[in-house]
Design a protein around this ligand. Structure first.
Ligand code: BES
Ligand code: MN
Ligand code: ZN
Length: 496
């Protein structure tokens, strides 16, 4: 259990294994930095210079403190980037870095006051520490448990005990949700099937009192969810439609919901491409095609602890996309939940097909806003790279709210235009709409397809194909699921 304590002490005397000091880009040696440096006979400055450490984000340098000179045994300098654009995201990155380097070596570290100096800084610090301490080693038969951080000392003069507690609690809730999302993405597809996602939803419901309804294959067919039915047909594992509900009205001071929103997550537990089979190299990593669903589960789990005043429906169409004898085919025409017909051009454009049912279901629930998260297109990654999600929608105000929430949450998102001239790409000669256009503008035409199923409800689509999964290891990222989207969606829901 992580204990956070606020200390108001001379930082030179503070007893700790490692004192982590946040340093702005090209910061002058004044204050704490100057004092510690001079106690250590200038070693901080000279080693920083040797290593080229200048306070850039993602950079750090660690030195052993000569015994007895200061209270700490080690000092770690971590870059916070330019002081002029100091945000929570810089704090979070610095904490991820500190956790990556120090976890396993010590159970106790201390942080200088820069970290608590901005609003939400402490939450960002804890989130970063917990995120940076994340491992997925369940399947490593020889993995040894690592020492976890037990005690974190925060040096700060102005902190009130109550606000510290609240920020720490908030950070732990968010971190827990991010961990749920990362674990689900990292698990192999043999384990995370649609039935497993449904089981996780039921567990969350049992633990928290959220409403939970699950439709199995028979109910999906009976209710006319033709998209999920079609995509799931090529697989031996049956699909599920998952519906979790958070109702605020029974909580504290009799608040009634101001609004009802739906968050919808693509839940393709493995995407082989179907009959339009992916080449082997592109199929690798397709266990992550349920990352949107993982975000929805993580967020829903957090709501009963955060008690926002809006009603939230979490919807997940869950299926595999496989090549079995009954698989849906190019040229098939299928009927979505809202009655619209879809001509299948490419069975690998399956995400939008299952989402068509979930989005029309959200409309039927009478929600005021819909936000969907989906690892929807390779085209979005080509356009924006691996670290930024694409934002599209039918309502600029809602899009702006999502973009603002993402900035606060420190998750990079960028809006793409719904260019009317692209709409012809999806015109079908036999059905209401085709499920794929040409390669050009692929992220946008995918969103235009989804738009056909949200009626006139304000809706935003977040294409997380890039940032949901990290292919490469770096000082800030481990290979695997990232939990991208959880923080933004919670920020958006809380910001009501
Ligand atoms: N799940 C993929 C998109 C994807 C690709 C996510 C790479 C993460 C990494 C999606 O189902 C897909 O296959 N999309 C196709 C659409 C095309 C057939 C119109 C794509 O992007 O190539
Ligand atoms: Mn696909
Ligand atoms: Zn897919």
């Amino acid at each position: 259990m992580l204990e956070i304590i606020n200390v108001d002490k001379n930082i030179l005397k503070l007893k700790t294994n490692t004192l982590v000091i946040g340093v702005f880009k090209n910061e002058k040696y004044s204050g704490v930095l100057r004092d510690v440096n001079s106690e250590l006979d200038g070693v901080l400055r000279s080693i920083s210079k040797d290593r080229g450490f200048d306070g850039s984000e993602g950079d750090s340098v660690t030195v052993n403190a000569t015994y007895g000179k200061i209270g700490a045994s080690r000092v770690m300098l971590v870059g916070l980037g330019p002081k002029s654009d100091y945000t929570r995201s810089a704090v979070k990155k610095a904490a991820i870095l500190a956790a990556g380097e120090l976890r396993g070596h010590t159970e106790e570290i201390a942080f200088s006051s820069e970290f608590s100096r901005i609003e939400g800084g402490i939450a960002a610090l804890i989130e970063g520490l917990l995120e940076g301490s994340y491992d997925f080693d369940k399947y490593k038969t020889e993995a040894k448990p690592k020492k976890e951080f037990k005690k974190i000392q925060l040096v700060s003069k102005r902190l009130k005990e109550g606000s510290l507690k609240e920020e720490v609690r908030f950070a732990k809730v968010i971190s827990d949700s991010i961990k749920i999302a990362r674990d689900l993405v990292n698990e192999p597809p043999l384990y995370v099937t649609p039935a497993k996602l449904a089981e996780v939803a039921l567990e969350i419901s049992a633990d928290t009192g959220l409403g939970c309804e699950i439709f199995d294959r028979a109910q999906i067919e009976k209710r006319g969810m033709g998209g999920i039915e079609a995509v799931s047909r090529g697989s031996d594992v049956p699909p599920r439609f998952i519906h979790l509900t958070y109702e605020p009205k029974k909580y504290k001071d009799g608040r009634k919901p101001k609004k009802t929103i739906a968050i919808v997550g693509k839940g393709i537990t493995f995407d082989s491409g179907g009959l339009c089979l992916k080449p082997a190299d592109s199929m690798r990593g397709m266990k992550m095609d349920m990352a949107g669903a993982a975000v929805v589960l993580g967020v829903m789990k957090a709501l009963p602890e955060l008690l926002p005043s809006v009603r939230v429906h979490g919807l997940i169409p869950a299926s595999e996309n496989m090549t079995g004898a009954k698989a849906y085919k190019p040229d098939d025409v299928i009927r979505a939940y809202n009655g619209k017909t879809i001509e299948v051009i490419n069975t690998d454009a399956e995400g939008r097909v299952v989402l068509s049912d979930a989005l029309s279901y959200a409309v039927e629930l009478g929600v005021d806003e819909i936000v969907d998260l989906a690892t929807l297109t390779g085209a979005c990654m080509v356009g924006l790279g691996s670290f930024t999600a694409g934002v599209m929608g039918n309502d600029q105000k809602l899009a702006q709210r999502i973009l603002r929430a993402s900035e606060k949450a420190g998750e990079k998102m960028w809006q793409l235009p719904m260019d009317d001239e692209l709409r012809d790409e999806l015109k079908s000669s036999v059905a209401d709409i085709k499920n794929a256009g040409s390669r050009l503008g692929g992220a946008i035409t995918a969103a235009m397809f989804l738009e056909q199923f949200v009626s006139n409800v304000p809706w935003v689509h977040i294409d997380i194909a890039g940032p949901a999964y990290s292919e490469k290891r770096s000082s800030l990222r481990k290979v695997g699921g990232t939990g991208f989207g959880v923080s933004t969606i919670i920020e958006y829901i809380q910001g009501k």
